[in-house]
Design a protein around this ligand. Structure first.
Ligand SMILES: [Zn+2]
Length: 514
């Protein structure tokens, strides 16, 4: 995630003196990135107020706060398998106190196969989510995160089961409790018009649509549940495949590799598949008028970007190709610093609106029309593919492992193209500690700038050889997995010694950096 600096400065989250001091040593985009999207850009909920109905006519959603179990199927006894326990109408969580309702206990998702039949308004849809998971404990009920939408049917291992809502959760009740360590197939049939999830920090999250124009998805940190039933926490990564049917003449793009495009009876079905597991907030779809741009990165890496037609018209095809043409060199430069690029493909999705931010959606980052041409923003989101997407958070309090590393990625790209490798360490005194910033301050400059400076201080202390050994080992040891700050400190100590670990810890936690 990289929010637009102007918004940050307008909100005064960076003090004028700190900003002026830093402006003298680095570019504007490097200075400040943080919150404020609710007050800027056009990607707020106001643009996505649902104005249409969908073909979904069932009304199986339990009234929030009620204790009834509802189901569209009369053949399934209501509440038949609660084993006499009182039904809990609170959402369960996975145990991350930043977002207590998101994620769910008791299982790991292996894959999400998501099918969307998108209405002519290009916003609302009928959908089927096929979720393969493995239980980690015996479960009387299975909780998934789903905000809004209408569920018409749910099955577990082929048998229809009762479903109800409990806060953010969709609760499925199997006839018999699910055994621990069992492979379970869940299918949820649902639909409606997604309502952007509110976020005081970032405005609307999740599937954001403008009727008649299109939709796009940006979910960090907890927006995924507005468009599919999810175990919505980065600690449960899974593979994704998408089948998106839209009116003929409309493009639909998602993560991973484009595996098909078929038009029948005035409707086009686009299929996309992501080879490697990803966090729910990194899944994305964009629907509308897009032009595809293909290229090749180092080692034959397929590059595929989708740019909104209005952006192509504004910039000209050659202008778009000039910007996207840098991606191959960027992958080369960052691979030299971080190790092999972790995924099967890369590219950009450039939407036709000034979003005020960019997001590192896996293998295909999303950019607003206002930011996509900034090389430093492109470098930031590309760096996240190693740090954030491949090596993912175990808990949101460690967000600096994403943003500090991506900020370092900006500086390394600048350094690799003749610029400076980041601001002086003294600029770190303008910021509080980046570790555990609190859920409302995930995207504040302390996380980005002092997080990046933490790595710069480490580089200065141990030298380039050991520093880049740490960076590449971190990317390799936790590739396609999850890790914590404690894991990083252990690696720093192993390669750089106890003093280096102490230095990093002080940069992360002391009120003023050393
Ligand atoms: Zn970021």
């Amino acid at each position: 995630m990289l929010p637009r600096p102007e918004i940050q400065r307008r909100r005064g989250a960076v003090s004028p003196t700190a900003a002026v001091g830093m402006l003298s040593v680095m570019s504007l985009v490097l200075v400040a990135c943080g919150s404020g999207l609710a007050t800027g850009g056009t990607a707020t909920g106001a643009d996505a107020v649902p104005t249409s109905t969908t073909g979904t006519t069932t009304t199986s959603r339990a009234t929030p706060g009620s204790s009834t179990t509802t189901s569209t199927s009369t053949s399934v006894p209501e509440g038949s398998s609660t084993s006499g326990q009182a039904q809990n109408d609170e959402a369960l969580g996975i145990g991350d106190d930043y977002f207590p309702d998101t994620g769910n206990p008791g299982y790991d998702v292996t894959s999400y196969d998501l099918t969307f039949d998108v209405d002519d308004d290009l916003v609302s849809f009928d959908a089927v989510a096929k979720i393969a998971l493995t239980t980690t404990e015996t479960l009387d009920e299975l909780h998934l995160d789903l905000d809004g939408l209408e569920v018409s049917k749910a099955t577990i291992d082929g048998a229809e089961v009762p479903h109800r809502r409990a806060g953010l959760d969709l609760v499925l009740t199997p006839e018999e409790p699910l055994k621990a360590k069992a492979a379970v197939a869940v299918v949820v049939t649902y639909g409606g018009t997604p309502e952007p999830r509110g976020s005081e920090v970032l405005g609307g999250l999740g599937w954001i649509g403008t009727p008649g124009e299109g939709s796009y998805v940006v979910s960090e940190p907890d927006g995924a549940s507005n468009w599919f039933p999810a175990n919505d926490h980065p600690s449960d990564k899974a593979r994704f495949a998408f089948e998106i049917t839209v009116p003929e003449g409309v493009e639909a793009v998602a993560n991973g590799t484009r595996t098909g495009e078929e038009t029948k009876g005035g409707r086009t079905t686009w299929t996309w598949s992501a080879r490697d597991p990803m966090a729910t907030y990194l899944a994305t779809v964009a629907i509308g008028q897009y032009t595809f741009f293909e290229g090749q990165g180092p080692g034959g890496l397929p590059l595929l970007s989708a740019v909104a037609d209005e952006v192509v018209e504004d910039e000209g095809k050659a202008g778009v190709e000039a910007v996207l043409g840098q991606l191959s060199q960027m992958v080369t430069v960052l691979s030299q610093r971080f190790g092999p690029y972790p995924f099967e493909t890369y590219g950009a999705i450039v939407v036709g609106q000034p979003l005020g931010f960019a997001l590192e959606t896996q293998t295909r980052s999303v950019f607003g029309s206002d930011l996509w041409g900034e090389p430093v923003v492109q470098a930031h989101e590309l760096a996240h593919q190693w740090y954030g997407d491949s090596v993912s958070l175990e808990r949101w309090a460690d967000i600096w492992l994403n943003e500090g590393f991506a900020t370092m990625g900006e500086w390394l790209w600048a350094e690799g193209t003749g610029g400076r490798g980041g601001p002086p360490l003294s600029s770190g005194s303008a910021f509080g500690p980046p570790l555990n910033p609190g859920p409302d301050d995930l995207f504040e400059p302390a996380v980005y700038q002092r997080g990046g400076l933490t790595l710069k201080a480490l580089r200065d202390a141990v030298g380039d050889a050991k520093f880049f050994q740490i960076m590449t080992t971190w990317a390799a040891d936790h590739r396609l997995a999850n890790a914590t700050t404690d894991d990083f400190l252990a690696l720093v100590e192993q390669v750089g010694g106890a003093q280096a670990k102490q230095l990093v810890n002080a940069w992360l936690t002391d009120p003023k950096p050393p």
